[in-house]
Design a protein around this ligand. Structure first.
Ligand code: IMP
Ligand code: MG
Length: 179
């Protein structure tokens, strides 16, 4: 893996495709055990989590459903502090075992604002899986039940994560250099 340029910024390799794959398999095997017979409903948060959601879902051997909602809070390399919903939930959560799929929990604001809406519908249980978590950036308390990696408070991209819409297609995850 090499240093890459996206728009005006330089990024260095941070996680390989093999490292990502290993964590996804580990998370999937926990989910396969914990949700056996529970027919869980996964909710993937677009756009960032589409690749993680797809790779994780393929590793599940249990009966499970998946649906998608679209929330956004980032502009460029910074959180705007505002969470906008542009595609809402069209499935009832009442009595369901629900697992949210996030690419990354950063300040925690997205989850903090979104969880009460879900709890309102009285799911049987509600857990979060996230590929990445920046513990140093967390401003709202969020518990991640199934986590891939704790990462430093730096802007990351690739594997679904974008910089102003670009570079989601990378198989690896890159980190912004401190130029
Ligand atoms: P939060 O609301 O601050 O926890 O931010 C969550 C959302 O911001 C994530 O689901 C991502 O879509 C986006 N985000 C946070 N950190 C990064 C990053 O380092 N790179 C790209 N997107 C990010
Ligand atoms: Mg996201």
């Amino acid at each position: 893996m090499q240093t890459i340029r996206v728009n005006d910024k330089t990024f260095i390799p941070y996680l390989t495709a093999a490292q990502i794959d290993e964590q996804i398999k580990r998370i999937a095997s926990s989910l396969n055990k914990d949700y056996e017979g529970k027919r869980p409903l996964f909710i993937a948060i677009l756009n960032g989590s589409f690749m993680f959601a797809s790779d994780l879902f393929k590793e599940l051997t249990i009966e499970a459903e998946i649906c998608f909602i679209k929330l956004a809070s980032y502009k460029g390399t910074k959180s705007t502090g505002q969470v906008i919903t542009s595609i809402g939930l069209d499935t009832s959560l009442t009595g369901r075992h629900v697992v949210i799929i996030e690419d990354i929990v950063d300040t925690g604001k997205t989850m903090h604002e979104f969880l009460p809406q879900l709890i309102n519908q009285q799911p049987a249980s509600l857990k979060i899986t996230a590929l990445l978590h920046k513990p140093d950036a967390l401003a709202y308390p969020v518990t991640i039940d199934y986590l891939g990696f704790n990462v430093p408070d730096k802007f990351l991209l690739g594997y679904g994560l974008d910089y102003d819409g670009f570079a989601r297609n990378l198989k690896e995850i890159y980190s912004l250099t401190d130029e």
